[in-house]
Design a protein around this ligand. Structure first.
Ligand code: ATP
Ligand code: MG
Length: 292
């Protein structure tokens, strides 16, 4: 079954990224609300068809830690990617001044299980782990989106990919290029994302009038890795993040090892009301948006 634009009723814009916008849409034939991501690319029809073909494997793979894929199509040189709508949005808008350790543990378990699923079932590495690519719904579910399923899409986007906050591992910055990307680089990005969720702040200098992006990249490559503060987080939690943020990629744990880590094991036994956390974080965000 193929989705096309005529079947969709466009609703509000959900956000903007480097390559285009994400819009809430309603799929009339099935009565399903979806999120449609528009990716503007200058590609020929052959390459666009290759992308659609590569995305097709997502129809056969389902995980509760991965945002559901509904279908994709292209118009002119834009790719439209339709996925599960996550009604609480992305984690960057929910973490506020930082999430408590128990919530962080539950989020971490979901992300690691999602990444492990991608690696084991689809043989892919995510390549873009960061808070904006971890989505949340009002049921308290946490799911990954924007993973590199299509090699052609990854290649086409790679040329231009420079944001103002880099989650790239040090070895990727110094060696550059797509070819050197391994699963260990995603583990670094995971660690950096967890640190940001826990502290409420991206830990490296972000470019402004006085400092360019090179100051940030230099700090990632040359500096000591950042760590969680010891007044808010337990030793096992800080150790988990520190292991992900090892500057030597070979020393970073595998997903299996991360799932066995005492931090995740401890909270496996503990019930955390994720639904209440999401509702409260979502409302706090709405209020602060209203004020500004
Ligand atoms: P970048 O372009 O640097 O990767 P980004 O991840 O923020 O940044 P997009 O992937 O284009 O950019 O997403 C834009 C915003 O749309 C996200 O920050 C998120 O808040 C929202 N969004 C994306 N997908 C969904 C979805 N499936 N459901 C609800 N909101 C979404
Ligand atoms: Mg994204």
């Amino acid at each position: 079954y193929k989705i096309n634009m005529d079947e969709l009723r466009l609703e509000e814009e959900l956000g903007k990224g480097q390559f285009g916008t994400v819009q809430k849409v309603f799929h009339k034939p099935t009565n399903v609300t979806m999120a449609m991501k528009e990716i503007r690319l200058e590609l020929d029809e052959g390459k666009l068809n290759q992308i659609l073909m590569e995305l097709d494997i997502l129809h056969k793979s389902h995980s509760s830690y991965i945002v559901e894929f509904y279908g994709a199509f292209f118009i002119e040189s834009c790719v439209y990617y339709c996925m599960e709508y996550m009604d609480a949005g992305s984690l960057d808008k929910l973490y506020g001044d930082g999430v408590p350790e128990d919530v962080l543990a539950k989020i971490t378990t979901s992300i690691v299980k999602g990444l492990k699923f991608l690696k084991d079932e689809l043989r892919i590495i995510h390549r873009d782990v960061k808070p904006t690519n971890v989505l949340v719904n009002m049921q308290g579910e946490i799911k990954l989106c924007d993973f590199g399923v299509s090699g052609q899409l990854v290649q086409s986007l790679a040329k231009t990919n420079v944001g103002c906050q880099s989650y790239m591992a040090p070895e990727r910055i110094s060696q550059d290029e797509v070819s050197t990307y391994t699963v260990q680089s995603d583990v670094w990005s995971l660690g950096l994302s967890l640190l940001e969720l826990g502290t409420g702040k991206y830990p490296y200098p972000t470019p402004d009038k006085t400092t360019g992006i090179l100051v940030q990249l230099n700090a990632i490559v040359q500096g000591d890795p950042p760590s969680l503060p010891d007044d808010k987080f337990s030793e096992i939690c800080r150790n988990f993040v520190a292991q992900c943020l090892n500057k030597n990629p070979k020393e970073r744990p595998t997903y299996g090892e991360l799932l066995d880590h005492p931090f995740l094991q401890k909270y496996e036994e503990i019930e955390v009301d994720m639904k209440s956390w999401v509702v409260q974080a979502y409302n706090a965000r709405q209020d602060s948006d209203k004020k500004s």
